[in-house]
Design a protein around this ligand. Structure first.
Ligand SMILES: Nc1ncnc2c1ncn2[C@@H]1O[C@H](COP(=O)(O)OP(=O)(O)OP(=O)(O)O)[C@@H](O)[C@H]1O
Ligand SMILES: [Mg+2]
Length: 342
């Protein structure tokens, strides 16, 4: 099977199936074949750090990795704070990263991480330095948040009250003016917020909306990226599953939910296949013979089932060595089974 060269490659799937490992292996294969590659991870488990021995790397900064004498790529561990700083710098909105509410929202589970990941992806693409950007996403539901984040951005900027805040923010006595300008629904909400949180919080809130609005171009470019990712000529989508977990239902659920955002030519990767290893195992003991047969049958049935639901299926073996670096060493070469289209 040949896989086209694209500007973006996105790896998604449920927890622990091998997204980070296979995405890293893929990035290394692309780099070995001469492409300029950036590997971005939004994996909260920070496994990329361990895999590429990035112990000293600062989150949010692009680092150059020399995996071996011939393979070199850039890697970035997502840090929303750093993305905001970059955005703020570009948009001439230095307050963006200083605003307390923005700081809260950009904490690991603050709700804005997915949005910032897309903005980061867009900014890195725009830098023109890379031929392919490989993105390793967090497990299942968080990945869907990532896809849906663009709709959240759109909803946010579509709301006319942003303009009102923008106007009010320029005035001195913001709260006084609100009485005259804002609809009763928003007014109620704000007076409630003021009662609960105090006027200072409300001022911060108004400022947060204003400065985010000031950087709206960066967010809206992220929005445009969504269309790019849906084009077959721009993005390879890899849905990762594994034999070990046999989670076909989860893979199908993810496919179903992601369908609005990805295109039809996506690939299913079945990781940790044991078939080859098992075929060279010749147990004498009848219990072990039985075990071998049942494992082979289970794996075979699972693959057949997957092939019914997915057009392109790529298999990756379970690597029995213990160290993650050895997994990587083996798997990045294994990607060559699936040739790059010239
Ligand atoms: N083909 C393989 N053979 C053997 N071990 C593997 C293989 N692929 C991944 N692993 C191991 O499985 C574990 C999970 O892998 P990885 O962290 O890549 O999964 P993930 O899907 O990114 O997980 P998470 O959902 O937590 O982000 C790791 O210990 C990794 O070394
Ligand atoms: Mg991971």
């Amino acid at each position: 099977m040949q896989i086209g060269k694209k500007s973006f490659e996105i790896f998604c799937g449920t927890g622990g199936v091998g997204k980070t490992t296979l995405a890293t292996a893929r990035a290394l294969q692309l780099a070995e074949n001469g492409r300029k590659v950036l590997l971005i991870t939004i994996d909260p488990a920070k496994r990329l750090k361990e895999l590429l021995k990035l112990e000293d790397a600062e989150a949010g900064e692009v680092v150059s990795v020399h995996f071996n004498q011939t393979v070199q790529l850039d890697a970035l561990l997502m840090s929303p704070e750093k993305t905001i700083q970059r955005m703020a710098g570009r948009a001439g909105e230095p307050h963006l990263s200083q605003n307390k509410i923005v700081q809260i929202l950009s904490r690991p589970y603050g709700g804005m991480n997915e949005i910032f990941s897309l903005v980061e992806l867009q900014m890195q693409f725009e830098s023109g330095k890379y031929e392919t950007i490989v993105l390793d996403t967090p497990p299942g539901p968080h990945f869907l948040d990532f896809l849906e984040s663009l709709n959240k951005i759109k909803a946010f900027f579509d709301q006319s009250f942003v303009d009102i805040f923008n106007y009010l923010g320029k005035k001195k006595s913001k709260l006084g003016l609100m009485n005259r300008v804002i609809s009763s629904g928003v007014k109620k909400l704000l007076s409630y917020l003021q009662a609960v949180t105090g006027a200072q919080f409300l001022d911060e809130f108004v400022e947060a909306v204003q400065v985010i609005y000031g950087s709206k171009d960066a967010f809206l470019k992220g929005l445009a990226l969504q269309d790019k990712l849906k084009e077959k000529s721009q993005c390879n989508w890899f849905l990762v599953s594994s034999v070990e977990q046999g989670k076909i239902k989860e893979a199908l659920d993810l496919k179903l939910h992601a369908e609005h955002f990805i295109h039809q030519d996506h690939y299913l990767l079945i990781n940790k296949c044991l078939e080859k290893e098992l075929s060279s195992w010749e147990p004498k003991d009848s219990n072990l013979i039985h075990l071998k047969e049942s494992l082979v049958t289970k794996e075979h049935d699972l693959k057949e089932n997957f092939k019914k639901h997915f057009t392109y299926v790529l298999e990756f073996p379970e690597v029995l060595e213990l160290s993650p670096t050895e997994h990587l060493n083996f798997l990045y070469k294994y990607w060559n089974h699936y040739e790059l289209q010239s």
